[in-house]
Design a protein around this ligand. Structure first.
Ligand code: FES
Length: 301
């Protein structure tokens, strides 16, 4: 097994991390609930609903770029033959890049924690270690920034170089959460492409109001009744972490995810409340002679 996978496996097995994880989650929930009526707006902003994509990855990349620039400029200022004027100018720009990197790291930590609170088991443990490692690096960056202001020309760059090494390790864990576990990517699955209306279910099957799973061309969908005589069809899996939407429910024109409560508009799939940042795929649905028919988008009713 490759070294990186072994590290992930070992971290994923550390069940003792669950207790501090749940404590931290409770603190986060308490903080969000304390926002009262602004709770959903703030959480949606941090989850990236406005962007259609989680905010954490681009913010973390931006932070890493600024901090990498700091380290590169520090190295350049130490090259033999660099004049004292060039050293002063390069160090000044390095300090500014470090300041930008620290601010972006704080933003990445806040958005990352918001996303992390909905993860489970191994992913939650890896996410916790990822957060702790990157927070430790941010503390080193802050100390480095302070040392630079105090004129400590060796200790400041040394601390940011050490922090950057830690950031690279922490980023590996973050990348594993995205590429191996699919955290932050659209998990809604395969789309219905057919342009033909297909009968899927008698309308009487929906009379208890519960969404029902059906299959068309091997693609799973969910159909539900929205109003008397009206039906809707949407993707089988929640884009956030692939919850089965057939276990969800309809509430005032919105379909609610059964796992973390994301709410999607029934007519468009637009995210009305996160943590999903990606819309739910929606399809055409109609009633014909007591049968529910569905089709891919682009077909007129
Ligand atoms: S799986 Fe998390 S909101 Fe749906």
């Amino acid at each position: 097994m490759p070294f990186g996978s072994r590290v992930l496996t070992v971290i994923g097995r550390q069940r003792w991390l669950d207790r501090p994880s749940y404590r931290l989650e409770h603190v986060l929930s308490f903080g969000f609930n304390a926002l009262g009526g602004a709770r959903d707006r703030v959480a949606n902003a941090l989850n990236g609903v406005w962007l259609g994509h989680p905010v954490h990855p681009p913010l973390a990349s931006f932070a890493s770029g600024a901090l990498g620039t700091t380290v590169a400029l520090d190295v350049m200022s130490m090259l033999p033959g660099t004049s004292s004027g060039e050293v002063g100018e390069t160090s000044r720009i390095a300090s500014r890049a470090l300041g930008v990197g620290i601010l972006a790291s704080i933003g990445a930590a806040i958005t990352g924690a918001t996303d992390w609170q909905h993860t489970h088991q191994e992913d939650r443990r890896v996410g916790l270690v990822h957060g702790v490692v990157n927070s430790a690096a941010t503390v080193l960056y802050a100390l480095s920034w302070w040392d630079r202001r105090r004129g400590r020309r060796l200790r400041g760059p040394a601390l940011s170089a050490l922090g950057y090494g830690i950031t690279v390790g922490g980023s590996y864990l973050g990348g594993a959460l995205v590429f191996e576990s699919g955290i932050g990517i659209d998990q809604s699955g395969e789309r219905l492409r057919t342009q033909e209306w297909t009968p899927v279910l008698p309308a009487t099957s929906l009379q208890d109001g519960r969404p029902q799973r059906v299959e068309v061309d091997g693609v799973g969908l969910v159909v539900c009744q929205t109003n008397p005589g009206e039906v809707a069809a949407f993707g089988e899996f929640c884009p956030h972490l692939a919850a089965p939407m057939a276990d969800g429910w309809v509430d005032r024109g919105r379909v609610v995810c059964p796992w973390h409560g994301s709410r999607f508009a029934l007519d468009s799939g637009e995210v009305l409340r996160g943590p999903s940042a990606t819309p739910l795929p929606c399809y055409q649905a109609r009633l014909v002679d007591g049968m529910i028919e569905v089709a891919g988008n682009g077909v007129t009713k």
